[in-house]
Design a protein around this ligand. Sequence first.
Ligand code: MLT
Length: 267
Amino acid sequence: MTSRRIDVDGVHLAVFEAGEGEPLLFVHGFPLNHESWRPQLDEFSRTHRVIAPDLRGFGGSDVTAGTATMERFADDLRDLLDALGVVEPVTFCGLSMGGYIAWQFAHKHPGRLRRLVLCDTKAAADSDEAKENRRRMAETALAHGAAAIAKALEDKLFAEATRRDRPEVVAMVRRMIEGTDPEGIAAALRGMAERPDMSESLEKVEVPTLLIVGVEDALTPPAEMKRMAIALMNAQLVQIADAGHLAPLENPEPVNAAIRKFLEETE
Ligand code: MLT
């Protein structure tokens, strides 16, 4: 696996690449980095070119203060693909916030998209209450650091089985969040609060779409993803047992099997 930093619009983005063949773009959730896709990167680099950036503000990428909108992230990814010489349409795999970005990528850069694999995400915008929570969380991150955010999120992210049987996954996620720059956390929170409601635009998404959700996902529950599967033109939904909001990391085997099957069926 190679790791490089690429200049995109004056911002250095860290990107991890491995394998050869059809490109799969893995876009992490909040407040994580490319490492959250590790089980998928290991599996799919055997057969595909996997590309896993750290979004601006996260992991090894530069941090920009202010508001990081989902549109901005989507444009960063288009610019990154340009810089990597990836001209063919990609399969965009997004987890949670990565899914919010995927809707913008599909909307703004449809010619760059071949398929969607969306895990533990939603299309709706934030309620007023959720926006206010984001504002408070951004203040907490800036005042008390990323560790306070890790603590606040820990109870919400995982299935019971993960907490009980896979403490190493819980610890890895905690380290990932604690290592994130509070300015990056705050910028993404402001961006998520501003994101548009995409529920009414789902019927315009034409590419084959695989939706994956952890049965115990408390943040973007199966019922929400079922509604999306119905609204999308060409989607299938797979539910993953013993997984919460981070299904690809918590229970990677069935997630990888579902992605592999989807890639083969939609070749
Ligand atoms: C994520 O996992 O990316 C977050 O749960 C998204 C959010 O806070 O809405």
